[in-house]
Design a protein around this ligand. Structure first.
Ligand code: HEC
Ligand code: HEC
Ligand code: HEC
Length: 129
């Protein structure tokens, strides 16, 4: 016969260890990175919108540029026009405003373990020192 008591005790310890990262951080401050924004003014859309939707937006921009040569984005929030561009220099692309990629894009992506493969082709901005 199995010893139900030992099995249950073992299970309790096992679950405790496996879920430690969750309950272990309750009450302590979780070390979420704060992306450093160096540009003043606004983004293409509000910061909340960008946080939630920038991946989707970049996909749409790429498709629209590559398939339809449609390169102008009109901000729903601010009514302003933006170049649909990830990294073109000289224009208001994501990376011309967010040229501090390491402190900005990467700080979030490292934390969430996302590695966009875009930089195999698109130029990374030269970091300001
Ligand atoms: C004209 C300059 C400019 C352009 C172009 C721009 N941004 Fe921004 N971005 C900003 C500014 C300024 C803020 C901070 C806005 C705020 O706090 O309201 C910001 C905020 C953000 C945030 C939210 C950061 C946070 O506080 O959590 C994300 C994500 C972001 N931008 C991604 C992008 C991406 C991706 C692109 C290209 C699709 C882009 N931005 C294009 C200037 C720009
Ligand atoms: C506030 C945090 C934050 C900032 C700042 C941020 N990202 Fe992200 N990004 C994320 C998260 C979280 C995901 C993953 C979302 C998902 O998987 O649904 C992501 C995903 C992406 C993806 C899709 C990658 C994939 O493999 O699916 C791209 C492309 C991207 N980000 C580009 C950028 C660029 C370029 C910048 C800087 C201009 C930037 N992000 C800044 C949080 C951020
Ligand atoms: C295999 C190479 C390659 C990879 C990887 C790649 N791209 Fe591109 N991308 C291109 C080329 C080529 C164009 C067309 C450039 C043009 O017509 O201006 C382009 C255009 C774009 C455009 C519109 C034009 C511009 O100036 O930015 C966006 C936005 C874009 N890509 C986003 C992305 C994102 C986001 C990723 C990563 C998730 C990515 N790309 C990965 C090659 C690539």
């Amino acid at each position: 016969m199995y010893d139900a008591g030992k099995i249950i005790a073992g299970l309790v310890i096992f679950v405790g260890i496996v879920t430690y990262p969750i309950w272990g951080s309750i009450g302590s401050s979780v070390n979420v990175p704060v992306p450093v924004v160096k540009t003043s003014g606004t983004c293409v859309e509000s910061a909340e919108y960008m946080r939630a939707n920038h991946m989707q937006m970049l996909n749409e921009w790429r498709d629209e540029v590559v398939r339809d040569n449609n390169r102008v984005y009109v901000s729903q929030q601010y009514g302003k026009e933006f170049e649909k561009s990830l990294s073109s220099a000289g224009k208001a692309s994501c990376m011309s405003c967010h040229s501090n990629k390491a402190e900005f894009c990467d700080s979030c992506h490292n934390y969430t373990a996302v590695t966009p493969y875009c930089w195999e082709c698109h130029l990374e901005p030269k970091e300001e020192i």
